[in-house]
Design a protein. Structure first.
Lengths: 276, 268
C-alpha cells in the first residue's frame, strides 16, 4: 500500500489519467467537428438537389413521404395535442391562483401553446415517430445494399432518399403543428369549461386577447426548422449506420437523441431571434 | 506468377498495385496489399478466394463504391479515382453490378425495379417502350411477364438475383460485376444463374467479373480465374490451368482442404 502511494507512482498515475482524459477529449472534439462537417455537406447536397422535387418522380416521392411521415402521424398528433392543451390550462390556472384574473387564462394558454409547447413538444414526439423511422429505413436499405444499388445505377441516393424526406419534414411539421396547436386550444377549452369552472365566453375571449398573427409565424418557423432537423438527422444517422441490426438500432437511437437536443437548442435560438 | 497472362492492349479494367485497409475495434486490417489484375474486354474473369478475403472489396473498387488507399483502378483506360463527378457517372453507367443479395428496392415492384434507372436516365422514353423492355428482360431471365407486378418480398433468393440482373441489363452496360451470384442458392438454382451469366455474355458481349468461392460456378462461367490470397492475386489462368497448377494454395482452395502450413505468398 505504502509502495502504491509513493510520490513517483502518484505522479505517474496522475499523468497517465490526464493524458487519457485529454486524448478522449480530443477524440470527442474531432468526432463532433467531423459530424458537423458531414452534416453541413449533406445539407448542402440536399439544397443543391432540391429542384429535383419538381420533376414527376420527385413529386411522386415527396407526396409518398408526406403521406407516410405526415398524414400517418395524425392520430398521434391528435392525442398529444389534446393533452398538451389540457396540461397547459391546468398548469396556468394553478399559477394564476387568485392573483391573475381568469379572463387571461385563455391568453396564457394560447401564447404558450403557439410559441412554445406546440412546436417543441410536437417536434419531440415526431422525432421519435419520423426521425427514428427515417433512420431505421435508410439504415436497413444500407444494410441490404440498396443505397449502393442507387450509386451503381448511376443515381444519387441523396436525390431519391433524402430530398423527398426532408421536404416532407419541412412541409408536414408546420402543418401538423398548426393542427396540433388548435387541437391543444380545444383541449384547454374543454378542461377549463368542464372542470375548472371557467365559462366558455371567458376562455374564448382570453384566447383572442393579444392574439397576433406573428405568433403563428414564430410557430411555423420553429416547426419547419424542427422538421428539417429531424429529417436531416434521421437520414444522416441511417446513412452512416454500419454493423447489421445493432448498427440500425444505434442509428435510430442517435437520430432521436441528437434531434431532441438540437430541437431544444434551435428552439432557444429561434425564440431569441424572433422574440427578444 | 504462375498461369498465363493474356496480353492485350484493350483492357476493360486494370488494377494497379491496389491497396486497402479497414480500421476496426481490433486495429487495422490490410485487406488488399497490392492487387494487380488486367481484365480484357469481352472476357469473363472469375475472382476466387476465401470468405472475408477482400474479393467483394475489389469489385467495389472497380465500380467506385470504395476508394483505394493506394494504387489505381482503370476502367476503359480511365482512372476511377481521378475522374470528376460527371466523368465518373459516365464510367459508372457503362457498368452494372449484381449484388450478393440482389439489393432490389423493396418499395418498388419487380417491373418498377427494372424500369427505374432506365426511366431516370431517359425521361423521354415512351412508357410503352419501357414496358416492352421490362417484358423482354423478364423473358431473358426466364420469368413470366406477370412477375412485373410482384414485390421483391414475394420472390425467392434466386428470383431476386435474376431480377437484379435484369435491372442491370436494362441500362445496357458494357461491364457487369457479379458479387457472389450463387451464394445461398441450391445447386440447381445456382446453375440457372450460371447459365444466365453465360447467356448474357453471349448475347451482349459484355465484360464480366464474377466474385465467388463456388468452384463449380467458377469453372462453368470463367474464361480466366484469378485467385486472391492474403491480399494478393497469386494466380491467374484458365480453368484448365487452375485445375492443373501445382500452386499449393490454389490446390488447397479448389480441393477445400484445411490450410496447414501458411506461407506468405511473396515466397511462392
Amino acid at each position: 500500500m505504502a509502495r502504491g502511494l509513493s510520490f513517483t507512482s502518484v505522479i505517474e498515475a496522475t499523468g497517465e489519467a490526464t493524458f487519457r482524459a485529454l486524448r478522449l477529449l480530443v477524440h470527442v472534439i474531432v468526432q463532433v467537428l467531423s459530424t458537423i462537417g458531414e452534416l453541413c455537406v449533406l445539407t448542402f447536397q440536399i439544397v443543391r438537389l432540391f429542384p429535383t422535387v419538381f420533376t414527376r418522380r420527385g413529386r411522386l416521392l415527396a407526396v409518398r413521404q408526406m403521406m407516410d411521415l405526415g398524414v400517418a402521424s395524425l392520430p398521434l398528433i391528435f392525442i398529444t395535442a389534446l393533452f398538451i392543451g389540457m396540461v397547459a390550462t391546468v398548469s396556468a390556472k394553478y399559477q394564476f391562483q387568485s392573483m391573475v384574473p381568469l379572463r387571461y387564462l385563455g391568453t396564457a394558454v394560447t401564447q404558450t401553446v403557439f410559441l412554445e409547447l406546440g412546436p417543441v413538444l410536437i417536434a419531440l414526439v415526431m422525432s421519435g415517430r419520423i426521425g427514428s423511422s427515417i433512420a431505421a429505413q435508410i439504415g436497413a436499405m444500407k444494410e441490404k445494399e440498396e443505397v449502393d444499388a442507387y450509386w451503381v445505377l448511376g443515381l444519387d441516393p441523396i436525390r431519391y432518399l433524402a430530398v423527398p424526406r426532408v421536404l416532407a419534414g419541412v412541409v408536414m411539421m408546420p402543418t401538423l403543428t398548426m393542427i396540433a396547436c388548435f387541437l391543444a386550444l380545444f383541449g384547454g377549452w374543454m378542461v377549463a369549461v368542464g372542470t375548472l369552472g371557467v365559462t366558455s365566453f371567458t376562455m374564448v375571449t382570453g384566447m383572442r386577447l393579444f392574439f397576433r398573427s406573428y405568433i403563428l409565424w414564430v410557430c411555423v418557423v420553429k416547426s419547419a426548422s424542427f422538421g428539417a432537423l429531424i429529417s436531416v438527422l434521421g437520414f444522416y444517422h441511417g446513412f452512416k449506420s454500419a454493423g447489421g441490426a445493432r448498427g440500425v438500432g444505434e442509428a435510430t437511437m442517435k437520430s432521436v437523441v441528437s434531434s431532441s437536443v438540437m430541437i431544444l437548442m434551435f428552439d432557444f435560438l429561434i425564440t431569441f431571434l424572433m422574440l427578444s | 506468377m504462375p498461369g498465363v497472362k493474356i496480353q492485350s492492349d484493350s483492357y476493360a479494367i486494370e488494377l494497379r498495385d491496389l491497396r486497402k485497409s479497414f480500421r476496426n475495434s481490433s486495429g487495422t486490417q490490410d485487406v488488399l496489399r497490392g492487387v494487380n489484375l488486367e481484365i480484357q474486354r469481352g472476357e469473363t474473369m472469375v475472382i476466387i478466394g476465401g470468405s472475408g478475403g477482400g474479393k467483394s472489396v475489389i469489385l467495389k473498387h472497380m465500380i467506385g463504391l470504395l476508394h483505394p488507399d493506394a494504387g489505381e483502378v482503370l476502367v476503359e483506360g480511365e482512372s476511377v479515382a481521378s475522374a470528376g463527378h460527371f466523368d465518373f457517372s459516365t464510367i459508372r453507367r457503362k457498368m452494372g453490378m449484381l449484388f450478393q443479395m440482389g439489393a432490389l428496392f423493396d418499395s418498388m415492384s419487380v417491373g418498377e425495379n427494372i424500369a427505374f434507372a432506365l426511366k431516370e436516365h431517359h425521361p423521354d422514353i415512351p412508357a410503352l417502350s419501357v414496358e416492352e423492355k421490362v417484358a423482354t428482360l423478364l423473358g431473358m431471365i426466364n420469368l413470366n411477364p406477370a412477375f412485373a407486378t410482384k414485390m421483391p418480398s414475394e420472390l425467392s433468393g434466386g428470383m431476386k438475383k435474376r431480377v437484379s440482373l435484369a435491372r442491370t441489363l436494362a441500362l445496357d452496360p458494357e461491364i457487369i460485376l457479379y458479387d457472389e451470384p450463387t451464394t445461398g442458392l441450391d445447386p440447381i438454382t445456382s446453375d440457372v444463374i450460371n447459365d444466365l451469366i453465360l447467356d448474357t455474355q453471349a448475347k451482349f458481349h459484355v465484360t464480366s467479373v464474377v466474385v465467388t468461392h463456388d468452384m463449380a460456378s467458377a469453372y462453368k462461367v470463367a474464361d480466366r480465374i484469378a485467385m486472391l490470397y492474403q491480399g494478393h492475386i497469386i494466380f491467374v489462368g484458365t480453368p484448365d490451368q487452375v485445375k492443373a497448377t501445382d500452386n499449393p494454395f490454389v490446390q488447397q482452395f479448389i480441393r477445400g482442404e484445411r490450410r496447414l502450413n501458411p506461407v506468405h505468398p511473396a515466397r511462392i
